[in-house]
Design a protein around this ligand. Structure first.
Ligand code: SF4
Length: 450
């Protein structure tokens, strides 16, 4: 696509996007469309080229190879690439004041990509180093909640005392972590609009951090006035970079949203079609683990958590340090929490941030902690090399007998580096080459901490 290509009008793109959403969310619409595409699209008056719109739906919905320039598909890709570039720039190294946290955050992403090839294919996936929660629990209790959000107990309201603490926490976060704070959201296992003061707290965030974080809500049908006011608060430019997403819980709710908002209003709003009839996958985590899925509905086998760093719950005054894990019996939500601590004031908050970063953001091969081979990695020993196979990626490493024996030792179970050297009967000096290779495996995610 040419960079010089003119943008499509929001009315026309919004109309095409709506057709795409109807196709994805509603089996009856899809059936009618496939029987008579021109008739289904004729109701979208802003679509000026019905044939091209039909072709673009095939390209996006059915993954059909793109064979020629198509104005709707080109606009879709332009927006996708623009949002991806903004995320990449927002999470760049220069935006982190805590470089150790940056390096560890990227290591977690590499480790996750070794474990699941889907995360390699989703090139724009990044993990946020910090998110905030402005409620204790979630009122909505969606049956597909991949994080199994606990029941709602209260909100962090914008009282003068709370607001003063909130502003201090934001300033401290920016000082210790950097501008990257602006990328994370003000929700995680919470529904942002549960908190009636969300918009006021968001205004403070913008005032001190300089950016509106992304908002994802399941309450778009319930609160259209709040949503429109939020759109106005964030402004057109920020809205154009995926600032607002609606999660859709049922087909009925989908139709309520379609009736409430015009296609043009939602041109910049991403719809997460979580209704049972849509083709959208559920994560095999949280409450979705026990759900009976309709035939043909797939499960994602990786975490939906997008945080490798801090989760700050303002309602409970609690900081957790966490990273995504593959969901399983031991980690059903796909979130590993290293530690949680409560804070009474901003002084304690600062101390916790520093302490957690130092103890858990292990960006180089540690001497003092047991290492283990990533359980998702298979090792193949060939004559001159060892091949480490992840899910869709692999790494070939040559090495001497000490390296081979060190890897075999890790295949038996976790061990710290000094322990491995002791068992192999080699000194740290002789083992320098082994250490170098284990460091590489650690950086790439093939070796990890338990
Ligand atoms: S999906 Fe979101 S809104 Fe629904 S229960 Fe989980 S956190 Fe709450």
């Amino acid at each position: 696509m040419s960079k010089k290509q003119a943008r499509m009008s929001p009315a026309e793109y919004g109309a095409w996007k709506r057709a795409w959403e109807c196709y994805s969310a509603d089996p009856k619409w899809r059936e009618d469309f496939l029987a008579n595409p021109a008739k289904s699209l004729s109701g979208f008056f802003a679509i000026s080229d019905v044939y091209a719109a039909f072709k673009a739906l095939g390209m996006v919905c059915q993954g059909k190879a793109r064979d020629r320039s198509n104005p709707y598909y080109d606009e879709f890709m332009r927006r996708y690439e623009e949002i991806g570039a903004a995320v990449e720039a927002g999470l760049g190294e220069e935006r982190f004041a805590d470089k150790r946290l940056f390096r560890w955050n990227r290591m977690v992403l590499r480790r996750a990509r070794v474990e699941r090839r889907e995360l390699i294919l989703q090139e724009h996936v990044r993990f946020f180093p910090i998110v905030f929660e402005l409620s204790d629990g979630c009122r909505e209790q969606c049956p597909f909640c991949g994080l199994a959000a606990p029941p709602h107990k209260g909100d962090f309201l914008a009282t003068p005392e709370n607001r003063a603490l909130w502003r201090e926490v934001l300033v401290a976060s920016c000082e210790l972590l950097g501008e990257v704070v602006g990328e994370g959201g003000c929700y995680f296992a919470t529904e942002p609009l549960d908190n009636h003061d969300y918009e006021k707290l968001l205004a403070d965030f913008y005032d001190l951090v300089g950016r509106y974080p992304q908002t994802t809500t399941v309450l778009a049908a319930q609160y259209p006035m709040r949503i429109r006011s939020l759109m106005g608060q964030m402004g057109k430019e920020r809205m154009g970079l995926a600032a607002l997403r609606f999660s859709v819980r049922s087909l009925r709710e989908f139709h309520r949203i379609m009736a409430e908002y015009t296609p043009e209003e939602l041109a910049d709003v991403e719809l997460l079609l979580n209704n049972a009839e849509s083709g959208t996958t559920y994560s095999d985590s949280g409450r979705a683990r026990g759900l009976d899925l309709p035939p043909g509905k797939r499960r994602l086998c990786y975490s939906i958590s997008c945080v490798a760093g801090f989760r700050v719950n303002m309602a409970r005054r609690c900081v957790a340090f966490m990273e995504p894990e593959l969901p399983d019996e031991a980690c059903p939500t796909g979130v590993r929490i290293h530690e949680e601590q409560y804070f009474a004031d901003v002084g304690e908050y600062r101390r916790i941030l520093r302490d957690f970063s130092a103890r858990f953001a292990r960006d180089t091969l540690p001497e003092d902690a047991p290492l283990r081979l990533n359980p998702q990695v298979r090792v193949e020993e060939l004559e001159n090399v060892m091949v480490f196979h992840g899910d869709g990626v692999s790494l070939r490493l040559g090495g001497n007998i000490h390296f081979r024996r060190a890897v075999r030792r890790l295949m038996e179970g976790a061990a710290a580096l000094p322990e491995i050297f002791r068992e192999l009967g080699i000194s740290p000096l002789v083992g320098a080459g082994v250490r170098q290779k284990l460091e590489l495996l650690y950086q790439k995610g093939y070796v990890r901490l338990p």
